[in-house]
Design a protein. Structure first.
Length: 211
């Protein structure tokens, strides 16, 4: 995951980051005996993917797509749509909110809605709240991103209420993640931090599985 990037500066209001990336992974692609779950998100999703996969072993197949592209970009929409259409996913867990600072709350709402609404009739949708951002070696929260994260989490709440989708409150999990379990980049996490996020993701998926 050495080429993970993050649109850290609020002054970056361009439609693309300097480095854009996209990765996906599907295991047991022909398996039909278990439910299949899609994790769609960014580098944080990629960080907990293997943990989620192992925790759901024998219960569900877990695939993922992670990318830096913003939720309203053509590349994001085409890539995620192709990925979600390639298999019959029973559950889609979505967690992409720390890219594209320039997006308004309405842009974020519409981007997620336009992407996932077409799958809601056959897949259970889970939306994760956006996690926070620290600066200066984890000294304090980034004040600009703090406002943006709050706005986007309000949009997650609105989407879940409007369409009856399930919420996975990863932002709420952060109170149980000590600062020592965060990466110094202020965005990502160390192993124990990812374990707590993975436990929340798995819990939300199990709820959809009826467990």
């Amino acid at each position: 995951m050495g080429n993970i990037t993050f649109d850290f500066s609020p002054s970056n209001r361009t439609e693309k980051e300097d480095i854009e990336w996209l990765r996906l992974w599907c295991e047991d692609a022909n398996g039909r005996d278990l439910k299949r779950v899609a994790l769609v998100g960014d580098s944080i999703t990629e960080g907990y993917f293997n943990m989620v996969k192992e925790m759901l072993k024998g219960r569900a197949y877990v695939d993922y797509l992670a990318t830096s592209y913003t939720v309203n970009s053509k590349t994001f929409k085409r890539s995620v749509s192709a990925f979600l259409s390639d298999s019959n996913y029973d559950i889609i867990h979505f967690n992409n909110g720390l890219h594209g600072y320039f997006l308004s709350g309405t842009d974020y709402f519409d981007g997620i809605k336009d992407l996932l609404i077409n799958y809601a009739d056959k897949s259970k949708i889970i939306l994760a709240t956006v996690t926070d951002v620290y600066v200066n070696g984890l000294e304090r929260k980034n004040p600009d991103w703090d406002i943006k994260v709050k706005e986007r989490n309000e949009m997650v709440d609105k989407l879940c209420v409007t369409y009856g989708w399930q919420k996975d409150d990863l932002f709420g999990v952060l109170k149980d993640i000590p600062i020592s379990n965060r990466n110094l980049d202020g965005v990502h996490f160390l192993e124990d931090g990812y374990k707590l996020l993975a436990a929340s993701v798995v819990g939300s998926i199990k709820k959809c599985l009826g467990e």
